[in-house]
Every structure is written in C-alpha cells, then in structure tokens.
Write a protein that binds this ligand. Structure first.
Ligand SMILES: Cc1cc2nc3c(=O)[nH]c(=O)nc-3n(C[C@H](O)[C@H](O)[C@H](O)COP(=O)(O)O)c2cc1C
Length: 212
C-alpha cells in the first residue's frame, strides 16, 4: 500500500495540526511519500498554463516543448496522486476555507482526462480505487448544534473536491476549536483525533498485508 501525505503547515514547529500528522506517521504502514506544499508550491493557473492544459485536454493536440515545461508541475502532482492508494491532506483552516496553497494544489490537478472525465454532459472522477483523508485543525467549531456550519467553506469544499476527482472514500479527522476551547477540552479533542487516526490506519493495515 502506498500513501501520499500532502501537507501545508505554515506554523512549522509550533503547528498544532502537525500533531495529527505525527500521529498519522506513527501509525501508517507501507510505503509513505510526503509532499510539502511549502517546498513544492503549486503554480497558479495563469493564462499560459490554462491554455496549455486546455490545448492538450480539450483539443487533443500534443504540446510543444515550452508548453510541456509549463505544465510539468501539474503532471508531476497528478502522477503522485495516481501512484498512491491513500492520499492524506494535512493543513489548518484559513479564512473559513482551504488555505490558498492547498486550493492551488487542487486547481493544479483538477484537469480533464487526468483526474476527471466529462462525457455525455456528466462528470466522472478518475481517481477511483484510492481513498482520501484530511487531517485539519480549525480555530473555530463548525459542527454540532453550536458550530458555525454555515460559515464553513473548508470541510465542505474539501469533500466536494475529493468526491469530484473520484476518490472512493473521503474522510476528515479534525480538531476544531483550537483557538476557542480551554486546554483540557482541547487536549481531549486531540486525544480523540489521535485515536481516530490510529483506527483509520489499523483498518488500512490488512490491505498492506495482501499487497506485499
Ligand atoms: C491566516 C489564518 C487564518 C485563519 N482563519 C481561520 C478561520 O477562518 N476559521 C477558523 O476557525 N480558524 C482560522 N484560523 C485558525 C487556525 O485554523 C487554527 O489556529 C489552527 O489550529 C492553526 O493550526 P496550525 O497551528 O497548524 O497553524 C486561521 C489562522 C490563520 C493563521
């Protein structure tokens, strides 16, 4: 089993989200690759990039050398996704949504005939046979009766994007309220998330034994 961990942790050593990443690293088995979005910053979809991607996907034309260079990073990211059985996204919520760099990653890989198909006026995700997991922390709380669920464009959008590209399953393990809750309540939320990560990895483990 191959796992790809894609992370954006701008708080570096002080990151609270990193605690979830460390729990995942401690429990996952099989081959693990990591993609740090701060070291591999996704390019924006500039007119030149968009034109090259559209030329290839929508007109079926081969790209010239300079166009291939333009989309090389997009192709690299897509190949990393394709090579994985499990894709894990790790990041904090920013401004009610996915941090821009994480959204830029999704923008870079959501490409027709690479991660989705459009046939008979219907979209179909192409990353089937894989599952996605997100490990997210947020300062506020967006679930439960007192959560600001109508403000959330992060957990919802994350799931929408993962479903769009066809992941068989898309799970989220979050610690919400990092900037609101007293330390003891927050600690119990982290402990609960760590147990959920342990269970998630344990459920994957039999697949590892079959595959190796
Ligand atoms: C630029 C920025 C924007 C943020 N926006 C939100 C937000 O919209 N909603 C929220 O609940 N928390 C927000 N937060 C709080 C973080 O999601 C929260 O503190 C998180 O646990 C930080 O994780 P980290 O320590 O790994 O960076 C924001 C934090 C930063 C730095």
């Amino acid at each position: 089993m191959k796992t790809l961990i894609i992370h954006y942790l701008p708080s570096a050593e002080n990151s609270r989200t990193r605690r979830l990443l460390q729990a995942f690293r401690a429990n996952i088995q099989g081959v693990v690759r990591e993609l740090d979005l701060l070291e591999n910053q996704p390019q924006f979809t500039t007119p030149a990039v968009k034109n090259a991607l559209f030329k290839r996907s929508y007109t079926g034309q081969a790209l010239n050398e300079s166009e291939q260079v333009l989309v090389a990073q997009n192709d690299f990211f897509v190949s990393e996704l394709r090579a994985a059985d499990v894709v894990v996204f790790v990041y904090p919520m920013h401004n009610y949504g996915l941090p821009a760099i994480v959204k830029a990653f999704f923008d870079a890989v959501i490409i027709k005939d690479e991660t989705f198909a459009f046939e008979d006026f219907t979209y179909r995700g192409l990353l089937t046979g894989r599952r996605a997991l997100a490990l997210i922390t947020s300062g506020g709380i967006y679930e439960g009766p007192e959560g600001f669920s109508d403000m959330d464009c992060c957990f919802k959008l994350h799931k929408i994007l993962c479903n769009f590209v066809g992941f068989d399953e898309s799970d989220v393990i979050s610690v919400q309220g990092t900037d609101m809750l007293p330390p003891d309540q927050l600690e119990s939320r982290f402990a609960e998330a760590e147990r959920a990560i342990e269970d998630y990895c344990a459920a994957l483990a039999p697949a590892t034994l079959v595959a190796t």
